[in-house]
Design a protein around this ligand. Structure first.
Ligand SMILES: NC(=O)CC[C@H](N)C(=O)O
Length: 389
């Protein structure tokens, strides 16, 4: 990516899709060029959490909400150490951010982190296009990066597809770190004295996930994506967690092998998003790419174990191919689809019936999003309590 100054100079910019469709607007954030998979997110709020979610690595995110940036950028809501989206597409950026926590504008942060964006385009037409044709490769070019259209389309078409992309190792921590449990008064519990210890495999983990566990008395050891079985069990975990993460789950053979070893030991297991896809694969199910995915914070999901419907945060482009209408026999006993998306019947959760393991395809940690699904962290605690009893 080559960039120069900032989009505030209002240099012209173009968004080029791999099928040749072109949208013309103005530079937003850094000026230059960038490539990624164009996907849309329907969240009305929470852009800071979206942009810093490592699962968005190598994606150009289109905000369907027309006004973006109103609350600026603060020092509290990042979900990881940096912005991961490769580009950002907005209709009408805030001219003046206004929020008591804001430290700078969204555009200033995009410039500081060298993220190329585009504003002033018809994001509704773009979203309808992506919904009808599916998510596809795209490029944003602004300022001096703008060239003849056929050349730009050809450059977009030369980019790698999201299908087959292995990205989780790139975004995950290289070193293990510990998130201490939180006591009743919000204080950190000394390491080694918490009620439960969890080994969390970082495939692109969001910061809110260990925090939700810490609030429930869990000390979380966040391990690199390449952690070995021995490294996981050196932590003496009461439970093992597999995080969300970018890319195609069909490429995640290492995490699937690690999870298989955890399932063989019958250690309580919980997975979120990429973690759900890895559980699907460890059980012998396939995964496939959705036409345009689920991204936003208002997706209806039914918990089939209770019949309750919850409104949930999503960010996934792939899904597990498991039967909805029957219990499956797997090498770890019986498994069933525990959660389903009410918009399109996509598998949103799996659970084993003969040992303590479950996962969801969506984001119970929220950040951003409603807290309806927070009970899943309590379910994980119950599994760990059950194993001790
Ligand atoms: N948030 C996630 O973990 C996403 C998982 C996977 N990369 C997908 O797009 O489906």
């Amino acid at each position: 990516m080559t960039t120069s100054t900032r989009g505030a100079t209002k240099a012209p910019a173009v968004l080029v899709l791999e099928d040749g469709r072109i949208f013309r607007g103005r530079a937003y954030g850094a000026v230059g060029e960038t490539f990624g998979e164009a996907v849309f997110s329907t969240g009305m709020t929470g852009y800071q959490e979206t942009l810093t979610d490592p699962s968005y690595d190598r994606q150009i995110v289109v905000a369907t909400a027309p006004q973006i940036g109103n609350t600026g950028w603060n020092d509290e809501d990042d979900e990881s150490r940096r912005i991961w989206v490769s580009g950002y597409v907005v209709r009408d950026p805030a001219r003046v951010p206004s929020n008591w926590r804001a430290k700078r504008s969204l555009e200033d942060e995009l410039v500081a982190q060298d993220i190329v964006g585009i504003s002033g385009i018809d994001t509704r037409a773009l979203t309808r296009h992506l919904r009808e044709r599916g998510s596809m490769r795209a490029g944003i070019f602004s300022g001096e990066a703008i060239a003849a259209e056929p050349e730009l389309v050809a450059r977009v078409q030369a980019q790698p597809h999201m299908k087959g992309a292995s990205l989780y190792e790139e975004v995950a921590t290289k070193e293990t770190y510990v998130v201490p449990a939180v006591g009743p008064d919000g204080e950190a519990v000394p390491i080694g004295t918490a009620k439960f210890t969890v080994a969390a495999i970082d495939l692109g983990i969001k910061g809110m996930t260990p925090h939700r566990m810490a609030q429930r008395g869990i000390e979380v050891h966040v391990l690199p994506a390449t952690a070995s079985v021995d490294e996981v069990y050196a932590v003496e975990p009461d439970g093992v967690f597999f995080s969300n993460g970018p890319g195609d789950p069909a490429t995640a053979d290492g995490p699937v092998a690690l999870m298989t070893a955890v399932l063989e030991r019958k250690t309580p297991l919980f997975g979120i998003c990429f973690g759900n896809q890895i559980l699907g694969r460890a059980l012998g199910f396939g995964t496939y790419k959705l036409k345009y995915g689920h991204r936003g914070i208002n997706q209806p999901v039914q918990d089939r174990t209770t019949g309750k419907v919850e409104v949930t945060a999503h960010n996934h482009g792939f899904a597990v191919d498991a039967p909805l209408d029957k219990v499956s026999e797997t090498k770890f006993g019986r498994a069933e689809v525990s959660h389903v998306c009410l918009n399109d019947d996509v598998v949103e959760g799996l659970q084993l019936l003969d040992q303590p393991a479950f996962s969801v395809q969506y984001h119970p940690e929220a950040a951003a999003g409603p807290h309806d699904a927070a009970y899943l962290f309590d379910r994980f605690v119950s599994l760990m309590e059950g194993q001790r009893a």
